[in-house]
Design a protein around this ligand. Structure first.
Ligand code: AMP
Length: 551
């Protein structure tokens, strides 16, 4: 532990990144595999690797009580020392100076102590903590408390730990990052890189793998040009939540896009998993799905983030997993296999409800892709994913092998009715615009949304002047303005909402352009909003299941 602390202190003492990397690399080279695994995790400010999903559950009050009880200093002095550092580790280091009986402590003992603290309940957590602190040199205590408090504060990012691993074992930083993306664990990454095991970046089941991401494109032509492929594969872009399913025998776990475990939120998937009949790691999208229809995202939202799902909600909003990729199958890592091979394996599994296969279509030229895109829009979907059939699965990458084609389904011409002062870099300018459409029945303007993106700083500055001139009522933060500035806005969808008198709200509206030439009389109407809503987003617009390939 003392060597760990000395390396940490040396890293903290230099502001130079290269020097920090060099110090850590030299330290890493002295370690056994097990200690290397531990040190890399602790240095990134964690008591446990994130893949273990463990937390210490040790509060600041227990920690400070234990430190105070070992320290030979009185409360007042301890307070003074804390104010000097404002860092728990630095405070503990100084507070314990002279109060402990230092002896050599291994990282293995540190790990055992952390585990003992984790598993102890309530006040019992103090015991293992006290036992170890008493044996630590002040510098080692300082770093042990930094690990516990979850922050090193020595100017060290995970990226720097990766760089040190690269330098220590003569591996390229790209390789280190790649292994890290697959393992999701810096300690495991360090050990694999030490042994040159980066080629076979094998997946460990139940450790979430970072998701492969897509880059946006505007047109089918752009999709072909950027991908540089002769033939592309298209899949529906499902409007649900991304989900990774790990299944081995009767055990199944689910992870969300941010790699958090979400197993408890979707019991039907866990219950269905043993029926898959193979050990797998799937990538897919969870959708709410009832009576043969995919429900809108709004319904699915009721199921998200739950620790427990009551039977009634389960009946009202059942879910399915639409699978579009397999990363691991019966012990074999498939990341480097082309998509064509992965898809073939998926199709061979004979999946059954609640597991469905994403609908796949091949396009051979931009016109063909455009037709498929138009059809998917007709069915009420937001867009298409375009994938290179020969591409490997690259975890955590937003590259050109997966593209998303998402054209705004329509734009609306609206008029600004109120403006607000912005925040942050938009402070001092009127940057948030509430806008309305016309209700032809009453002749009144009714608000349907608020937009704050899409304009350049210069445009915002210019229109700030204009809005100040046409203010009809100054409410402080908000100003009501004469309705005369017409905007064209794009949006992702339309929702029913009580927030506006219109009864509708545009989701993620952005300003396409200011249409100063357009008279307010000619803006879009509430009827048009209602029509778009009914067609694409309303009750009756639910996407038919034929959009999901039955297997
Ligand atoms: P975006 O959220 O706009 O960045 O789009 C990427 C997201 O689309 C992914 O993270 C998935 O959650 C979702 N998605 C829907 N359908 C698919 C599909 N067939 N393949 C890959 N991702 C999909």
């Amino acid at each position: 532990m003392l060597e760990f602390a000395r390396a940490g202190a040396a890293v903290g003492a230099t502001p130079a990144t290269l020097e920090k990397t060099r110090i850590l690399a030299a330290y890493f080279r002295t370690l056994s595999d097990e200690d290397l695994r531990r040190a890399a995790v602790y240095l990134s400010g964690r008591a446990f690797p994130p893949s273990q999903r463990r937390t210490l559950g040790l509060g600041w009050s227990t920690l400070s009580k234990v430190v105070s009880s070992i320290s030979s200093r009185d409360e007042e002095e301890l307070g003074r020392i804390f104010r000097k550092h404002s860092d728990l580790g630095d405070w503990a280091g100084e507070a314990l100076d002279g109060g402990t009986q230092p002896e050599p402590v291994t990282l293995d003992e540190v790990e055992k102590t952390l585990e003992a603290i984790r598993t102890a309940r309530g006040a019992a957590k103090a015991k293992p903590l006290e036992a170890l602190l008493k044996r630590l040199d002040p510098e080692a205590a300082r770093f042990f408390v930094k690990i516990i408090s979850g922050e090193m504060r020595i100017g060290l990012s995970e990226g720097l730990v990766e760089a040190a691993i690269a330098e220590a074992f003569g591996v390229s930083i790209t390789q280190v990052k790649r292994v890290h993306l697959v393992t999701g664990d810096i300690g495991e990454t360090a050990v694999r890189c030490k042994h040159g095991e980066f080629e076979a970046s094998t997946i460990t089941l139940f450790q979430p793998v970072r998701f492969m991401l897509a880059s946006p494109v505007e047109t089918p032509q752009e999709a072909f040009t950027r991908m540089g492929a002769e033939t592309v594969w298209t899949e529906e872009k499902y409007d649900g939540v991304r989900c990774q399913l790990h299944r081995q025998g009767t055990r199944a776990e689910l992870f969300s896009r941010d790699l958090k475990e979400t197993t408890a939120a979707f019991p039907e998937l866990v219950e269905g998993a043993p029926g898959i009949g193979h050990d797998v790691l799937f990538d897919g999208e969870v959708l709410a799905h009832r009576d043969g229809r995919v429900l809108r995202f709004f319904e699915l939202q009721r199921r998200l983030g739950r620790k427990k799902v009551d039977p009634e909600l389960r009946r009202e909003v059942p879910v399915v997993l639409v699978i579009f990729d397999v990363l691991w199958l019966d012990g074999r890592t498939l990341l480097d296999e082309p998509l064509t091979a992965r898809r073939k394996l998926l199709e061979g599994l004979g999946l059954e409800h609640p597991f469905l296969l994403a609908r796949l279509e091949e396009a051979t030229d931009p016109e063909h892709l455009d037709r498929i895109f138009a059809e998917t829009r007709e069915r009420g979907n937001e867009g298409l994913m375009v994938k290179d059939p020969l591409s490997p699965y690259t975890p955590g990458r937003r590259g050109l092998a997966w593209l998303k084609l998402k054209r705004p389904l329509a734009t609306l011409d609206v008029v600004v009715t109120a403006v607000e002062w912005g925040h942050g870099k938009r402070r001092g300018v009127l940057s948030d615009y509430t806008f309305a459409v016309k209700d032809i029945r009453t002749g009144k303007l009714v608000n349907v949304g608020k937009a704050y993106s899409g304009l350049t700083d210069a445009e915002i500055a210019e229109y700030t002047k204009r809005f100040l001139e046409i203010t009809v009522k100054d409410l402080g933060h908000t100003r009501m303005v004469q309705p005369e500035v017409v905007l064209e806005v794009a949006f992702d969808s339309i929702q029913r909402s009580n927030r506006h008198a219109s009864g509708y709200a545009l989701r993620f509206p952005r300003i396409v352009r200011i249409r100063d030439e357009k008279p307010v009389d000619e803006i879009d109407t509430l009827d048009r909003v209602a029509e778009l809503y009914d067609r694409y987003f309303g009750e009756k617009s639910e996407v038919p299941l034929s959009d999901v390939a039955e297997t």
